[in-house]
Write a protein that binds this ligand. Structure first.
Ligand code: UDP
Ligand code: MG
Length: 315
């Protein structure tokens, strides 16, 4: 198998027909040497039915249905584990990332690169809020982490078998796939492109999931937030020192100490700092706990490839 294409899909019934149509044109040059793996991430709409229907027209198609919704990054991981190709291409189901870029990425890989990632030069049809938060996120992540994670890149990329095997060898449960590829190393290069608007349906990344992805990324690729506690403690000590001088001064000079307002402010400020650092600590401890449990990332409910192979064996 030369090429695997992996697409996580959650409630994408409206996007699947156009997706399969465009992907089958893109893989046409490789014919039987290519597979398109659509991972149904516990959809509640007709995504799986659409995948099954599309298999009739596109023989390269493999459907993988997870037992429940596990999130974009885990669905992607499931598809990557199922991929058998020498080169693996991943993109979103909503066609925001143009599959037609594959030949360009292929020729860059021919020049010896292991990872060719799409870099968003422009984003169309996304809210100003989404663009602003994404902009800040990629820069903050880079400032925090010891790994150089390319800015403005999603999971849209072409990777070699050895780069993929490196990432699949990482056992962590909190998966931030683009960061894991950056960490894996090998030769990497970006390809600038314009990210278009969603083809159909609406975003599956509400603010809640965006925050989760961001905290997963931060905690998985940096321990700097933990050091924040030490820094804040020095800052609070300095402030406390100044307050002490002030209180002693007014005791000596005016024979009285200032009243409750300063006490209330001090308690509020210092307990705020304590809760913040406790919260940061909690984020790491909670993730340690999840990693320690070592549960499987996902279960496969249905796999059309297994079904097809069984049928072939019966013949
Ligand atoms: N997705 C998924 N599981 C989820 C959320 C999203 O498999 O729990 C898929 C979704 O179907 C799409 C991709 O992840 O193929 C990216 O999601 P989306 O396009 O909604 O994100 P956005 O482009 O708005 O950041
Ligand atoms: Mg999208």
């Amino acid at each position: 198998m030369h090429l695997s294409i992996v697409v996580p899909c959650m409630n994408e019934e409206a996007s699947i027909p156009a997706l399969v149509e465009r992907l089958s044109q893109v893989v046409a040059p490789w014919r039987t040497q290519a597979e398109i793996i659509l991972v149904d991430d516990g959809s509640t709409d007709a995504t799986w039915e659409e995948i099954e229907r599309a298999r009739a027209t596109c023989p390269n198609l493999v459907g993988l249905r997870l037992s429940a919704n596990r999130g974009h990054q885990v669905a992607l991981t499931a598809g990557l584990e199922a991929a058998r190709g020498e080169r693996i291409f991943m993109l979103d189901a909503d066609l925001q990332d143009p599959p037609e870029l594959l030949p360009d990425m292929m020729s860059m890989m021919d020049r010896g690169y292991d990872v060719v990632y799409g870099q968003r030069a422009r984003r169309e049809g996304e809210t100003a809020f989404k663009r602003a938060t994404a902009h800040v996120f990629y820069r903050a992540l880079n400032a925090m982490s010891d790994v150089d994670i390319p800015r403005d890149t999603g999971d849209f990329r072409l990777v070699s078998r050895r780069a993929l095997d490196a990432v699949l060898a990482m056992p962590e449960r909190a998966r931030f796939v683009r960061g894991m590829f950056a960490w894996a190393g090998f030769r990497q290069i970006g390809l600038a492109y314009t990210r278009s608007a969603r083809e159909a349906g609406e975003t599956k990344y509400p603010l809640r999931k965006m925050v989760r992805l961001a905290t997963d990324a931060m905690t998985a690729f940096s321990t700097k937030p933990l050091r924040l506690a030490t820094r804040l403690s020095f800052l609070s000590l300095a402030v406390a020192g100044l307050m002490m001088v002030y209180v002693l001064y007014s005791l000596v000079v005016y024979q009285t100490a200032p009243g409750w307002a300063s006490i209330v402010l001090a308690i509020a400020a210092f307990s705020g700092v304590q809760l913040l650092t406790l919260g940061i600590l909690g984020e790491y401890v909670g993730r340690l706990y999840l990693e320690a449990k070592g549960r499987p990332l996902y279960f496969v409910d249905e796999d059309t490839r297994a079904g097809a192979e069984r049928a072939a064996a019966d013949l």
